[in-house]
Design a protein around this ligand. Structure first.
Ligand SMILES: C[S@@+](CC[C@H](N)C(=O)[O-])C[C@H]1O[C@@H](n2cnc3c(N)ncnc32)[C@H](O)[C@@H]1O
Length: 164
């Protein structure tokens, strides 16, 4: 992903790699209050305790700055837990396969909707929107079964919040 980012962005931006479970590197490029937007696409659910990355995102943003992130939707993840118990949280395992390729197993931390929303608010953010995106018509043309499943069951959650 780091190499892909470098390829896509070219010389236009600095690309760094860091573990979201740890404090970010103390470098001038990550100065407090220096970012307009923090975007995190499908990464937070690999971290158990969201308080650290959310505190870092808050620290990086200018007042009024925006946080946008996507994560697994707890409704979708319920198929991975025992006895369909919505309130069971913690490490779960799933697999991902693309176009009939070899399934790749991965593990992530499942959270309830209340835990997700509350952790954002507890980090000091004001929540602007909570979206449960549905697929576009383009998906129906290439994969009707996937389109039907995602049209009825949200797989992802997208939250936009800001630092007041
Ligand atoms: C599902 S991919 C999403 C990649 C990309 N953001 C996107 O939306 O296409 C998950 C990414 O989270 C990264 N990741 C997993 N655990 C992480 C951690 N503790 N700190 C930072 N990144 C992590 C993985 O390396 C991987 O690049």
């Amino acid at each position: 992903m780091v190499e892909l980012s470098r390829l896509r962005i070219g010389e236009g931006a600095t690309v760094m790699q860091a573990d979201l479970a740890l404090p970010l590197p103390q470098v001038p490029a990550l100065a407090s209050g220096s970012f307009d937007v923090v975007m995190s696409s499908l990464t937070l659910h690999y971290v158990d305790d969201w308080s650290r990355p959310l505190a870092e995102f808050f620290r990086l943003l200018k007042p009024g700055g925006t946080l946008v992130f996507s994560t697994h939707h707890p409704y979708w993840d319920r198929r991975l837990i025992d006895a369909d118990d919505y309130f069971q949280t913690g490490l779960v395992e799933d697999h991902w396969s693309l176009s009939g390729g070899t399934p790749v197993r991965f593990r992530f931390y499942r959270k309830t909707l209340a835990q997700i929303v509350t952790s954002v608010a507890e980090a000091g953010f004001v929540i602007d929107t909570v979206d449960e995106p549905i697929p576009s018509e383009d998906l129906r043309k290439v994969n009707a079964a996937e389109y039907d499943a995602l049209r009825k069951q949200p797989a992802f959650l997208i939250i936009r919040a800001h630092r007041a």
